[in-house]
Design a protein around this ligand. Structure first.
Ligand code: F6P
Length: 475
C-alpha cells in the first residue's frame, strides 16, 4: 500500500530524469593525485553501453555510491560527470553495507561459498551491519525519489540494492521500477540460511519492483521458488530473463589495436612460443574472486601434467587473476593461495626453458585480449557464476579457434553448453581430462565450435540487453 504522501511527492516532483540507473559502483571513479588534482577513470560494461544507446538527449541519470576517497572528494568539490550522481554515504555505513553484508553475506549466499560447519554466524555484529545495509539502501531510494521525473523508469542493479525497490515504492507510487540481478540466485534451502526476517525483507524489497530481471532461467526460477516458500508468492511482480552477451563490435575492434599486438609478442616471449615452438596455451582471466575457482583450476592443470606427461614443456597455463575486494581478509588469503599453488607447480615441474604457469595479478585489459586471441583452451570453471563474460568474449576474439572448458554452474553454460567441454567445477580430475580433450581437439573442430560459440555469445549485445529491459518495464 502506498501512502498519500507518495502520490503528492510525484505531483511535486520537478526532477527531470526519465530513465534512472542505480548501482553501487558507478561508471566513473576518481583518484586524487599528489598535487591534489582529481583524475577521472571511466568504466565499461553492459550498463554503460545501454545508457549510451538511449542517446544523449534522453534525460538519463546514473545514481551510484562514492566508493573511495577520490570519489568522496569529487562529491565535496562538486566535480562530476553529467548524468551521474554519486552519493557520499557515510564511509562506515558504506563499508558495513558493501563489505559486511553485500559481499560477505548476500554474495556468499548466492554463490554458495560458506564453509557451513563454522559459518555463517548471524549474531549482534550481523545485525549492526544489516542496519547499515538498510541505511545505505534508503539513501539510494531517497536520491532516486528526488531525481525521478513523474512516471520515470528506474533500473536498480544487483544484490547491493535489494531493498531499494520496496523503499522507493513507498516514496513514489508513480515511477516504474525494475531490478536486475547480475549474480546467480541461491537455491531455496541455501537462501533460507539467512535469518527469517532478513530473507523476507530481501524478497519483499525486490518485489517492490514492477519487474525483476535475471541472467538465466535457472536463477529466475530459484528466486521464484524462494518467494513461494518464504513469502507465499511473487505478488504480481513480473519476472524476465535477459542473458547479457558479449559486445562483438567493441571487442573485435579493440583486440586488433597495436597495444594488444605488443602484448601478444611479450606473451609469446614469456610462454616460449615465439620461434614457432609447438607449445599450446591454456588461458584463464578472472577477478581473484572466491567463486571463480582459480585454485581448483590450478590443481586440475597439475593433474594434467601428471596424468598426461606428454604435455610437459608443450603447454603453458596463462592465468590472469586480477585483484578484487581486497578489503576482505578471505579474499586476500585466497589471492595468496592462488600464488602459492602456481609457484608450487612451477617449482615442481618447471625446466630451464619452460615455466608451466604464467600468473599475472595486475589488471591489464590489452593483455587479457592478447591472451584471448592466442588461447588454445580457455578455462572457465567457476563454482557458480551469474553469467561469466570471459566465456563469451574468448570465442569472439580468438584468432584460430579455442576450445572452451566451461563449468556447468556458470550462467553462460545455458547458451554455450553445446559447443563447450562441460565440467563439474569441483571435479578436478574431470577438469584435467577436459583440458586434455581441449588441447587434443583437431584444429578444424576447434574452429567450427568457436564460430558457433561466438554466434551464441553475441546473441544479445549489451545495448540491446539494456533496451529490452527498459522496454519491458515501460512498454
Ligand atoms: O557479478 C556482480 C557484480 O556486481 C558485477 O556486476 C561486477 O562485475 C562484480 O560483481 C564486481 O564487483 P565489485 O563492484 O565488488 O568489484
Amino acid at each position: 500500500m502506498v501512502s498519500e504522501s507518495a502520490s503528492s511527492a510525484a505531483a511535486r516532483s520537478s526532477a527531470a530524469a526519465q530513465v534512472l540507473v542505480a548501482s553501487n559502483r558507478g561508471p566513473v571513479s576518481y583518484t586524487v593525485g599528489e598535487d591534489g588534482e582529481l583524475t577521472a577513470k571511466r568504466g565499461g560494461g553492459g550498463l554503460v553501453s545501454g545508457l549510451s544507446a538511449i542517446g544523449d538527449d534522453a534525460d538519463a541519470l546514473w545514481v551510484c555510491a562514492a566508493l573511495g576517497d577520490g570519489d568522496r572528494e569529487a562529491v565535496r568539490r562538486g566535480v562530476g560527470e553529467p548524468g551521474v550522481r554519486m552519493l557520499d554515504i557515510d564511509a562506515d555505513v558504506h563499508a558495513d553495507a558493501y563489505n559486511g553484508i553485500a559481499n560477505s553475506v548476500l554474495w556468499f549466499v548466492h554463490h554458495m561459498l560458506y564453509q557451513t560447519p563454522l559459518e555463517p554466524v548471524f549474531g549482534p555484529e550481523f545485525r549492526a551491519r544489516w542496519a547499515a545495509y538498510e541505511r545505505y539502501n534508503r539513501a539510494f531510494a531517497e536520491a532516486l525519489a528526488a531525481e525521478a521525473a513523474p512516471g520515470a523508469a528506474v533500473l536498480v542493479q544487483d544484490y547491493h540494492l535489494t531493498l531499494v525497490p520496496g523503499m522507493l515504492r513507498e516514496l513514489r507510487d508513480d515511477v516504474r521500477i525494475g531490478h536486475f540481478s547480475h549474480t546467480p540466485w541461491a537455491p531455496v534451502d541455501y537462501f533460507r540460511m539467512l535469518p527469517d526476517d532478513v530473507a523476507e525483507q530481501v524478497l519483499r524489497g525486490m518485489l517492490g519492483a514492477d519487474r525483476l530481471g535475471f541472467l538465466t532461467g535457472r536463477w529466475a526460477d530459484a528466486f521464484t521458488e524462494c518467494c513461494v516458500r518464504v513469502v507465499g508468492g511473487t505478488s504480481g511482480t513480473r519476472i524476465g530473463v535477459h542473458g547479457l552477451g558479449a559486445d562483438a563490435d567493441f571487442l573485435r575492434e579493440r583486440s586488433r589495436r597495436d597495444d594488444v599486438e605488443e602484448r601478444m609478442r611479450t606473451l609469446r616471449g614469456q610462454a616460449g612460443t615465439q620461434d614457432g615452438e609447438d607449445r599450446k596455451l591454456i588461458v584463464r582471466v578472472d577477478r581473484t574472486e572466491l567463486s571463480k575457482n582459480i585454485v581448483r583450476g590450478l590443481h586440475a592443470y597439475r593433474e594434467l601434467l601428471d596424468t598426461h606427461p606428454e604435455w610437459r614443456e608443450r603447454v603453458v597455463h596463462v592465468a590472469f587473476a586480477y585483484p578484487s575486494r581486497q578489503d576482505l581478509a578471505v579474499y586476500r588469503e585466497y589471492t595468496a593461495e592462488v600464488s602459492r599453488v602456481a609457484e608450487s607447480i612451477n617449482s615442481a615441474y618447471g625446466t630451464p626453458g619452460w615455466t608451466p604457469v604464467l600468473l599475472h595479478v595486475d589488471d591489464d585489459f590489452a593483455r587479457s585480449l592478447a591472451a584471448y586471441r592466442m588461447a588454445d583452451v580457455a578455462l572457465v570453471n567457476p563454482i557458480r557464476d551469474g553469467m561469466n563474460l570471459v566465456a563469451k568474449e574468448v570465442p569472439v576474439v580468438s584468432d584460430e579457434g579455442c576450445a572452451l572448458v566451461l563449468s556447468r554452474e556458470a550462467g553462460a553454460h545455458e547458451e554455450l553448453g553445446e559447443d563447450a567441454l562441460t565440467v563439474n567445477p569441483y571435479d578436478v580430475s574431470a577438469t584435467a581430462e577436459a583440458l586434455h580433450t581441449g588441447l587434443s581437439m583437431p584444429a578444424e573442430e576447434r574452429a567450427e565450435r568457436t564460430k558457433r560459440l561466438a554466434a551464441a555469445a553475441t546473441a544479445l549485445p549489451p545495448a540491446q540487453w539494456f533496451l529490452d529491459q527498459l522496454h519491458a518495464l515501460t512498454g
